[in-house]
Structure formats: structure tokens, C-alpha cells
Design a protein around this ligand. Structure first.
Ligand SMILES: C[S@@+](CC[C@H](N)C(=O)[O-])C[C@H]1O[C@@H](n2cnc3c(N)ncnc32)[C@H](O)[C@@H]1O
Length: 217
């Protein structure tokens, strides 16, 4: 004879325990997850409200290899360097140690304060490394002949336009992980997620003035 529904449910009770987790365990798990989310959003979100959705880039620190690749591509260069979205300042510190007058532009005030404290405690003068709380989209970059960026694929085309308008002819632009979609790269370093791309603004401008014809592609 077929089992009644009560018998089936009783049997399954052994396989799928029906006891609920203790309310204190549930409350603690919820509180812990909320706490993690609060700390994460504190570090990744402040200042973001004023930036249009399509230009938002979250905080993700560059790896040691990425930083080394940036420095490799900057070899032989001198002068002023701007890091767009400087995070905890690691690229700015590496560039200043290599002799660049480096400025990090960062929208997240907690990260700016962290980098400023690190520079202060490390005895690094502001002539070598400066951190400014600002939206780099609204910052004039015309006095920088070196620019580094570790951003996101969705903003690279808009950044092409800004940098082409503002940077001097001898400027070099380095992008971590995400290449510029319409620019010819000068060189690259590393591979995979650590791949880093270098662009020469003079070359990019002449490429834009005389784009390769469809026939020669
Ligand atoms: C992927 S992280 C890179 C951080 C750092 N450059 C590094 O390599 O470790 C991008 C950073 O850009 C910042 N950012 C995003 N949009 C920005 C904006 N419009 N102005 C200034 N900083 C911005 C974020 O807060 C974040 O710290």
C-alpha cells in the first residue's frame, strides 16, 4: 500500500533535518554580514554619489606585479605624474621613489587620508608625493607628462577623450589591466590580470589624425 503523506514527511525528517538554527546564531551571522558590508561600503563608496553611474569605479588595489609593470613602462621617464584614482597610494609611492613628482587624485576621502598618513609617517615630502581628494574627471591634467590609471573597461573610452584634450604632446599614459579601446599601444608589460599598457600621446594624436585606412588594415 502507498505511504501516506505523513509517513513520507516523517521519513524525510531524517534526511532533511527540520530543526531551525538557534536564533542567537542567526542574529550573530546577520550582524556579522551587515558589519562586513558596512566596512566594505565605507571604503569603496564615499564620494561616489556625485559621479554618474557609468563612470563609477570601485576600489581594488593593484597587485605587486602590476605596480612593477607600471614602473618598468615608466623607465627612462621623468617629471610630473598623476595617478587617476590613487586608492591607498601604492602607485604614487612607487613613482615618487623612482623620482617622479607624483600626485594621486582620489574621490574616497578615507583612502586619501590613509595615503596622506602613510606619506607623513614615511617621511615623504609633499614635493614628492601628494594626495588630493578630487574627482579626476573634473581635474585639469594639462601639467602632467605622465599619467597612470587602474580603472574599469567601461570608462576607458571617455578617458581617451579627456586625456587627448588635456595632456601635453610628450605625455605617456599607463593603464593597468584595461587597454584604451581606440589607441595604438606603444608597449606593454606582464600578462593576464597584471598586464599593463603604455601609450605615447604624440603617437596617439597622429594616429587619430590619420587613422589607418580600411584597405591597409
Ligand atoms: C581600481 S582602484 C585603483 C587604486 C590604485 N590606483 C591602485 O592601483 O591600487 C580605482 C580607484 O579609483 C577611485 N576613483 C574612482 N572614480 C574616481 C574619480 N572620478 N575621481 C577620483 N578617484 C576615483 C576609486 O575610489 C578607487 O580607489
Amino acid at each position: 500500500m502507498e505511504d501516506s503523506i505523513e509517513v513520507i514527511l516523517q521519513d524525510q525528517g531524517g534526511v532533511f533535518p527540520t530543526s531551525r538554527p538557534h536564533p542567537i546564531v542567526s542574529a550573530c551571522t546577520g550582524a556579522l554580514l551587515t558589519g562586513f558590508y558596512a566596512v566594505w561600503s565605507l571604503f569603496s563608496m564615499p564620494g561616489f554619489r556625485k559621479i554618474p553611474m557609468k563612470l563609477k569605479v570601485p576600489y581594488l588595489p593593484s597587485s605587486k606585479n602590476q605596480t612593477q609593470n607600471v614602473m618598468k613602462l615608466l623607465e627612462g621617464r621623468r617629471g610630473r605624474l598623476a595617478d587617476l584614482g590613487s586608492g591607498d597610494g601604492r602607485l604614487v609611492f612607487a613613482a615618487s621613489a623612482a623620482g617622479f613628482q607624483s600626485t594621486g587624485f582620489e574621490i574616497n576621502s578615507i583612502l586619501v587620508t590613509y595615503a596622506q598618513c602613510k606619506a607623513y609617517w614615511g617621511g615623504i615630502p609633499s614635493s614628492q608625493a601628494t594626495f588630493v581628494k578630487s574627482d579626476f574627471w573634473k581635474t585639469d591634467l594639462s601639467s602632467y607628462n605622465n599619467v597612470t590609471a587602474f580603472l574599469a573597461p567601461g570608462v576607458m573610452e571617455a578617458l581617451e577623450e579627456k586625456l587627448l584634450t588635456e595632456l601635453p604632446e610628450d605625455a605617456c599614459v599607463i593603464s593597468c589591466r584595461f587597454p584604451f579601446p581606440n589607441w595604438p599601444e606603444k608597449s606593454s608589460a606582464g600578462s593576464g590580470l597584471d598586464k599593463t599598457y603604455a601609450y605615447d600621446i604624440g603617437t596617439v594624436r597622429s594616429h587619430c589624425r590619420n587613422p589607418p585606412s580600411a584597405a591597409s588594415k
